[in-house]
Write a protein that binds this ligand. Structure first.
Ligand SMILES: Nc1ncnc2c1ncn2[C@@H]1O[C@H](COP(=O)(O)OP(=O)(O)O)[C@@H](O)[C@H]1O
Ligand SMILES: [Mg+2]
Length: 410
């Protein structure tokens, strides 16, 4: 089984509006209040020039007239709506799990649709080449980016992890937007995802940035993601990294000074900063490097005070990292290997994609009756049926299915 998920923050309280409505509701009304704000994202065609407000109003009208349940997934664009047909590429209901538990269904009268209209930026990452042009020190994207479309949905974790991250980051931005006094209530906009390599931390940071850029589209007219790979920044060119850090932060500074910009700074593999500092102290790296690491940390610390910046960090080590700003991250989550269900879903989605493009073809032919019998036949065919492990059983199941299929075809 997978490692337990340790998320270092507790479950958020229910949203105010929903709990107030629930308290006021008569007893016949089910547990979900009538004001669940179901997020509906509307992707415009790349060439569309329709105004976001008009599209939003049209989608709201369409959803209100629909009288259906709300589940995550695409909503067909009505054939009798030429305006939506011309401007909209995709309408999708998402994040209903923010409002419901145990896969219950949200009914239309329980829902106040919140529509986010967006267009994808088609630009690939703008790269800043390293000094000898072989290694880039950072990447930059305008969000929401085409490259990250669907990334959030493709990442599968135990129930609640993605929702909690989204809620905390959204709350941090909301506190800023509403001007909550930081002397009275303290919070920051630093996220740390830590866990073994290959668990999707970097992808999750990018997906989170993309998601928030869509959610906060109406508040911020521009949204950027800057990705800095701490490891590559410090691994080779200590002599150049000072200059790179200065250049990078000057660029970020220019972005954040414009208050209608929302800026995400992803510092990937932050543990390399601590390692570089340690190596400099012990004398195995040039002492210059300590100055550079410290400069970067100071710059990061300064950046925190800007209301329109979210700092996303990842670390491949799960023990404490000796870096002050990461220590103070409000949102820390351990990201472990996928759960059994997530592993199944990952493989299923891979197969589905190969079927979609026609690389794999559907095998037809086994009846429901035969399928129901397969586990029994497979069990009877394994060498040691009294103590059979799951993978051997699956193997036998496939072989049995193939045998049944060839027999049925005669
Ligand atoms: N839980 C998961 N669900 C879906 N895909 C995953 C998951 N964990 C890892 N991946 C995939 O593995 C690849 C590596 O992920 P990455 O973000 O580079 O991991 P990390 O930064 O933790 O090393 C990506 O393609 C990602 O989509
Ligand atoms: Mg990574």
């Amino acid at each position: 089984m997978s490692a337990p998920m340790e998320v270092s923050f507790s479950a958020p309280p229910p949203p105010d509006a929903a709990s107030a409505a629930a308290a006021a509701a008569p007893s016949l009304v089910p547990a979900v209040a009538a004001t669940a704000a179901a997020a509906t994202t509307v992707l415009l065609h790349a060439t569309s020039t329709a105004r976001a407000e008009d599209v939003c109003a049209a989608v709201e009208r369409m959803l209100e007239a629909r009288s259906l349940s709300y589940v995550d997934g695409p909503v067909p664009i009505p054939n009798d709506d030429p305006f939506l047909l011309a401007s909209v590429k995709r309408i999708q209901i998402c994040d209903t799990d923010e409002w419901i538990e145990n896969h219950k269904v949200l009914l239309f009268w329980q829902v106040r649709p919140v529509v986010h209209v967006f267009q994808l930026s088609e630009d690939g990452p703008g790269e800043e080449p390293g000094e000898d042009d072989t290694l880039s020190s950072f990447n930059e994207w305008a969000l929401p980016a085409k490259e990250f479309d669907g990334l959030w949905e493709s990442l599968l974790y135990e129930v609640g992890l993605k929702q909690r991250l989204l809620r905390y980051a959204a709350s941090a931005l909301l506190f800023t937007e509403k001007g909550v006094d930081p002397c009275l209530v303290s919070w920051n906009r630093i996220v740390l995802l830590h866990g073994p390599p290959g668990t999707g931390k970097t992808s999750l940071c990018k997906a989170l940035a993309q998601k928030l850029s869509i959610r906060f589209k109406s508040r911020y007219s521009m949204c950027q993601l800057i990705e800095v790979n701490a490891h590559s920044l410090f691994s080779k060119w200590f002599s150049e990294s000072g200059k790179l850090v200065a250049k990078l932060f000057q660029k970020i500074q220019e972005m954040v000074e414009e208050e209608s910009n929302l800026v995400f700074v992803l510092i990937d593999e932050v543990e390399s900063l601590a390692a570089a500092r340690q190596a400099a102290i012990s004398g195995s790296e040039p002492s210059d490097s300590i100055r550079v690491v410290n400069a970067l940390l100071t710059q990061m610390d300064k950046l925190k005070s800007w209301p329109n910046v979210i700092i996303l960090t990842t670390s491949n080590i799960t023990t404490a990292i000796d870096i002050a700003f990461v220590d103070r991250a409000d949102i820390k989550a351990y990201v472990g290997p996928p759960t059994l269900q997530a592993r199944y879903e990952i493989l299923r989605s891979c197969l589905q994609e190969l079927l979609r493009v026609g690389i794999l073809t559907h095998t037809q032919g086994l009846s429901g009756r035969t399928l129901r019998k397969l586990p029994f036949l497979a069990h009877a065919s394994v060498a040691n049926p009294s103590c059979c492990d799951a993978s051997a059983f699956l193997h036998a199941l496939i072989q049995t299915a193939q045998r049944e299929l060839s027999e049925s075809r005669g």
